[in-house]
Unconditional design. Structure first.
Length: 171
């Protein structure tokens, strides 16, 4: 396993340079939400900066939010990349890989019921999320979610396979 993070430094935000090939654009409403998240959580992810250049590789939006909040210094981790291709691949993948995830909004809706009214749902970072009252949710959709499956009742001629977990089943 390679660990690229050595330490976290605190540097003036105005000394950092946005990478000109960063294709991730940050709309104003995202920066506003990042500001609120940083105020609530603090910085949990330092910016990734190319060693020796001060070019930001990851964290462009967090830097914009920090500047908007008036922070003079931001946490960074300086990292060395073997070449420009590796840097570009990391920068692009850091932006893109999160879009592969699928949030289970219905489960989040169930989970937050236990967290109480002090939870500000804006701090979940979800755009346009609204809490669905439990009395309006179809609980049948969730009651069998963790129920164990009796394989013996499916027979031997399995016709379908779940694309996510590979479980085979009949209709």
């Amino acid at each position: 396993m390679q660990i690229q993070v050595d330490k976290v430094d605190f540097v003036p935000g105005n000394s950092l340079v946005p990478h000109p090939k960063n294709m991730n654009k940050h709309p104003e409403d995202q920066i506003e939400r990042l500001c609120r998240l940083i105020e609530y959580q603090g910085f949990r992810n330092p910016l990734v900066v190319q060693l020796g250049t001060n070019l930001i590789v990851a964290g462009h939006g967090r830097l914009e939010a920090a500047k908007k909040l008036g922070y003079e210094k931001v946490p960074v981790t300086y990292q060395k990349f073997d070449d420009e291709a590796q840097l570009y691949a990391y920068m692009t993948s850091d932006n893109a890989i999160a879009s592969w995830a699928e949030l289970d909004l219905s489960q989040i809706n169930l989970d937050i019921q236990d967290l109480g009214p002090e939870l500000d749902i804006d701090m979940l970072g979800l755009k346009d999320f609204e809490v669905e009252p439990l009395d309006r949710m179809d609980m049948e959709d969730y009651s069998d979610k963790n129920k164990e499956i009796d394989i013996d009742n499916f027979g031997n001629d399995l016709q379908h396979q779940c694309p996510k977990c590979g479980f085979e089943f009949n209709e």
